[in-house]
Design a protein around this ligand. Structure first.
Ligand code: GAP
Length: 446
């Protein structure tokens, strides 16, 4: 069944993210800079976990993909050859009355959504950020902040091929910052001017591109659902011909049902041989592949799964955000807020909580913390938390998505056992300290 309504209030989520240290507005003490965001102590853990999971899935778990980390600044001819100088544009309209600017293709009616005023004719607005290299601000020194990481891969095609001796089909993966001077931004971290991309250029024999395209769509959907995203909230949408990027033969968007409706999580495009041919022509270098079977040099086709790190973070957060009515020990009902993040993504994997700050408990609790943290069996951050009441600490750990809490109580001193509490079910089990690490590491992958 496809769910048609989304239950998460974006303001509530943004407020949780700020309160708990996931995401802050950039330059907040100066009034903020529109649509730029900083990742706090938990946000950086979550973001790194997303990137690591993607890399583990698409690079380490396969033998047909290798990595790359190209620079953000590239020769300006790269962007002329790739078509971005000429074509990487969105239609911009301006209100003649309030002078606000909008993307024409995002408007619902013919008038200004802000004041109802008349709009100008659309003009094509290039999204690349321009800068100058060196001390002279003239045209010869012009450069661009990359609007996609893909071109760093295409211009290194020959280098990677020579260094790795890969045979088709093979891919090159890259994670890195990209910049776009978007006309309209918004919806928290969904559309920003600076973001991080996770891209693969997967090179295939011409003629094998369509089958590879279908397989990549399936694999990408599988990555999100494997990390717990509700499959009813994901759909695949084919681009209409008039939506296709200048390089694309066919593009599918993976879309998620966000609080404001369906929106793109990531694209999977068939870029054909467009980029390698364009760079061969512009650079005069031979960017071809020698096919040993046919004895011919060919220009491979390219399938490109392109995801945003920030947009993936947003998707995982929205999907994980849950409010539940629970009964308190005093018989009242209260709302429990929790992030049902997959353990692989959770910023804190295990929290060690002494029942109280009583000095009799601290040495034992600290010892348990030390044992778990240094065991090498917990893949991530282990936190020690002894502030406030145990109830409030459980609530805090639920809100930040910690899958497992370990409570050290007064019985622990005598029976050398602790209680594991599970985030999603609130179930509690008593476990001997000697078996704790084994049990936690099993629970984190279960
Ligand atoms: N190289 C292909 C490419 O860049 P894209 O569909 O323009 O394709 C890929 O971008 C992904 O990058 C998007 O699906 C989205 O997840 C993310 N993305 C693009 N623009 C973004 C923005 N302004 N803010 C945040 N994420 C963005």
């Amino acid at each position: 069944m496809v769910t048609t309504e989304s239950r998460v209030d974006l303001d509530k989520l943004a407020s949780l993210c700020k309160r708990r240290g996931f995401i802050f507005q950039s330059s907040e003490i100066y009034g903020g800079l529109a649509s730029t965001w900083d990742y706090g102590p938990l946000g950086v853990e979550l973001k790194n976990n997303v990137k690591n999971s993607w890399w583990r899935t698409f690079v380490w778990s396969r033998d047909d993909i290798v990595g790359l980390d190209a620079s953000i600044l590239m020769h300006p001819d790269v962007w002329r050859a790739s078509g971005h100088v000429g074509n990487f544009t969105d239609p911009l309209v301006e209100c003649r009355q309030c002078h606000q600017r909008f993307r024409e293709d995002h408007l619902e009616g013919p008038s200004c959504p802000n004041c109802g005023g008349d709009l100008t004719e659309a003009r094509q607005f290039n999204l690349m950020f321009k800068t100058f290299i060196g001390s002279v601000e003239d045209q010869a020194a012009e450069a661009y902040l990359r609007p996609e990481t893909a071109q760093g891969i295409f211009v290194n095609f020959e280098n990677v091929l020579n260094a790795t001796r890969k045979r088709l089909p093979f891919g090159i993966a890259q994670i890195g910052k990209a910049f776009r001077n978007e006309i309209t931004t918004g919806n928290f971290i969904f559309r920003t001017r600076e973001f991080e991309a996770m891209e693969i250029e997967y090179f295939v024999m011409p003629g094998e591109d369509e089958e590879a395209h279908d397989k990549w769509i399936e694999d990408c959907v599988g990555w999100y659902t494997g990390l717990g995203v509700n499959p009813d909230r994901i759909r695949v949408r084919n681009h209409d011909a008039d939506e296709l990027s200048h390089y694309s033969k066919a593009t599918c968007d993976l879309e998620y049902l966000y609080p404001w409706g369906w929106g793109e999580i990531q694209g999977v495009a068939n870029r054909t041989d467009y980029d390698l041919k364009a760079h061969s022509e512009a650079s005069g270098q031979n960017l071809t592949y020698f096919d040993q079977d046919s004895g011919q040099r060919i220009v491979p086709y390219v399938i490109e799964p392109a995801a945003g790190v920030d947009r993936s973070v947003m998707t995982f957060l929205v999907d994980a955000y849950t409010e539940e009515e629970v009964s308190t020990p005093s018989g009242k009902t209260e709302t429990r807020v929790l992030l049902k993040l997959h353990p692989e993504l959770a910023p804190v994997k295990v929290a060690i909580l002494p029942l109280s700050r009583n000095e009799r408990l601290a040495p034992t609790a600290r010892k348990v913390f030390q044992t778990v943290r240094t065991s090498g069996r917990i893949p991530g951050f282990v936190q020690y938390d002894d502030t406030q009441s145990i109830g409030r600490r459980y609530r805090r750990q639920d809100e930040i998505g910690t899958p497992l809490c370990v409570t050290v109580d007064f019985d622990t001193i005598d029976d050398d056992a602790v209680t594991i509490r599970y985030r999603d079910t609130m179930e509690q089990v008593r476990v001997p300290i000697s078996e704790l690490v084994e049990r936690l590491s099993q629970d984190l992958v279960a």
